[in-house]
Design a protein around this ligand. Structure first.
Ligand code: ATP
Length: 260
């Protein structure tokens, strides 16, 4: 099968530092791929190149092929189309995606009206459908509210709804459960897993938490200081880690997490 995302020998250099240092990552259509590793290992920077985001002043080399086209070579117009239609991202803090001064309706309809030329009524119906899809209770009422009325977990669901608006083929989920309580975390993971089955969407799931990775990802890459140090089927990597660094991460997990 052709890969949806194929990152080849990606290097990002900034101020004499190699922030990403020869990374290869692939994601097949519909596949959930995990990117694990300590803070600062280059997970976010590597994943965001799929959207053509490169820190200003940084030099990127290598290839980031999305559906066969090198994202690093795209014009700003093509990048906007890619971000609006085919790849979406959800971050740890839902307030980075949600504007505190706008109703949920405004936030979920704007994109639809610009990218899909929907009427106001159609966009509203679609927004309600999206809220329902991420299991927000009473979506007809919720749509009139502002983000502060919702709990952290609910806000994250709304941020996911916003990312799903364009029906992306690839969703980048960057530490989406890190700031949440364990039970709320479990709900979000179940939601993402359900969406993947319903929508057939691929996911690049970034987390430093291998226990979370064990629940969601088919395959896993482990990064350390800008390099991939180990990769493979999640179950195999966690059951029999080959790299010393991965072993230290696995050893830090409670026993039940790996066998679950
Ligand atoms: N815009 C930027 N400008 C300069 N340096 C950056 C920028 N973004 C990230 N870095 C640096 O690049 C390195 C990798 O960062 P990255 O965010 O990819 O790590 P990460 O593994 O995702 O960690 P975290 O989970 O903490 O985000 C870090 O040393 C970080 O300080």
């Amino acid at each position: 099968m052709t890969n949806l995302l194929d990152i080849r020998d990606l290097r990002l250099a900034l101020g004499g530092r190699n922030l990403v240092d020869g990374v290869d990552i692939t994601v097949a259509p519909g596949e959930v791929v995990g990117l694990a590793g300590e803070s600062g290992s280059g997970k976010t920077l590597s994943a965001l190149t799929a959207l053509g985001f490169v820190p200003s002043g940084a030099t990127a080399t290598g290839e980031v092929l999305f559906d066969g086209r090198n994202v690093l070579d795209l014009s700003s117009r093509d990048l906007r189309a890619l971000r609006g239609d085919r790849v979406a991202v959800v971050f740890q803090d839902p307030m980075t995606a949600l504007h505190p001064m706008l109703t949920i309706e405004r936030q979920l309809t704007e994109h639809q009206r610009v990218h899909r030329s929907l009427t106001k009524k159609q966009a509203k119906e679609r927004a309600i459908e999206l809220l329902d899809r991420v299991r927000i209770p009473d979506p007809h009422l919720a749509i009139r509210s502002y983000p502060h009325r919702f709990s952290g977990g609910m806000r994250q669901r709304i941020a996911i709804a916003s990312a799903l608006a364009c029906e992306p083929e690839l969703l980048i989920a960057d530490e989406v459960t890190t700031a949440l309580d364990v039970t709320v975390q479990a709900g979000i993971l179940r939601l993402l897993d359900g969406l993947r089955t319903e929508l057939g969407m691929a996911m690049l799931f970034i987390t430093h938490d291998l226990a979370v990775m064990n629940v969601v990802s088919d395959r896993l890459y482990v990064m350390k200081t800008g390099k991939v140090v180990e990769s493979g089927a999640t179950r195999d990597v966690l059951a029999d880690p080959q790299h010393e660094y991965t072993r230290s991460l696995v050893d830090a997990l409670p026993d039940t997490e790996v066998s679950a």
